[in-house]
Design a protein around this ligand. Structure first.
Ligand SMILES: [Zn+2]
Ligand SMILES: [Zn+2]
Length: 268
């Protein structure tokens, strides 16, 4: 049964209203639809202002009312590392790192391939692995810092690097940065997402993280869910079957779904 727990709308950087998203989810036969608007950050144009957040909450709750049991709609938030602890009043939170520190600046990890290169050159003296170490150090702390239930796009820095031209995942420094982050995160038992959003936006052909990272997640006793990190309605179930295949190949026997109170195991 398809579901999506990572959904954006016009109240942050999405293209469609919660009403349009919910209608598409119902049409596609999803059972669960969790909205996760971006938390406010002064330097992040994607974050919701207080006004947008109020409107977002009302719009999502109106859809929940409208669909009832026909489609389970949840009110979540994607809490950025630099926005700190999640607020109360949300069903669940995804904790995500979208920026790295560079002196007193915050530079965007998922802007573009060109911006990634610029960050590596200007902030990390051309050392891509120093950038990866800086990024994964923040990811390792993201659940402690945000209090979230789920880790968003664990290796977002590979959004524009499916071919591994910038980051070789088998490089010892890259592997060490990934494993240190997992070792810090996993005792808190967060859920990790298999994210298909970069496929929908034309940046990748496969979901991420890679199989070896998913195997390390499983070996540490953590669970996964499949999310499209959706920004427009037609992509709500983007590459869902491909993500299920990847999860199974990595040894997962189930996904996780939100039941209104907490995340529980569910069949793919
Ligand atoms: Zn995100
Ligand atoms: Zn997102």
């Amino acid at each position: 049964m398809k579901a999506n727990f990572h959904t954006h709308s016009i109240f942050c950087d999405g293209k469609d209203s919660p009403a349009v998203m919910a209608a598409a989810a119902a049409e596609k036969g999803l059972r669960d639809l969790g909205f996760t608007g971006h938390s406010f950050l002064p330097f992040d144009p994607c974050g919701m202002t207080e006004e947008q957040e109020t409107a977002y909450r009302a719009a999502v709750l109106a859809e929940r009312e409208k669909y009832g049991d026909a489609l389970h709609i949840f009110l979540g938030i994607e809490q950025d590392y630099f926005a700190g602890k999640r607020k109360s009043g949300y069903d669940y939170a995804i904790g995500s790192v979208h920026f790295v520190r560079c002196g007193d600046q915050h530079l965007c990890v998922d802007h573009s391939a060109e911006e990634t290169q610029r960050i590596i050159e200007t902030c990390f003296a051309g050392d891509a692995y120093a950038y990866a170490e800086s990024y994964f150090a923040l990811v390792g702390e993201v659940i402690e810092v945000t209090g979230a239930d789920m880790v968003g796009h664990f290796d977002l820095l590979r959004k524009f690097d499916e071919e591994g031209r910038v980051f070789d995942e088998s490089h010892p420094r890259y592997r060490a940065a990934v494993l240190a982050a997992l070792d810090r995160l996993c005792p808190q038992k967060p859920i990790f997402e298999i994210n298909t959003g970069a496929i929908a936006r034309g940046y990748r052909k496969t979901p991420y993280p890679s199989r070896w990272i998913l195997e390390e997640i499983r070996a540490r006793g953590c669970s996964i869910t499949i999310n499209s990190d959706c920004h427009n309605a037609p992509d709500l179930d983007c590459a869902y079957a491909q993500a299920v295949e990847l999860a199974k190949a990595a040894g997962f026997t189930h996904t996780m779904r939100f039941d209104g109170t907490r995340f529980v195991p569910a069949a793919f």
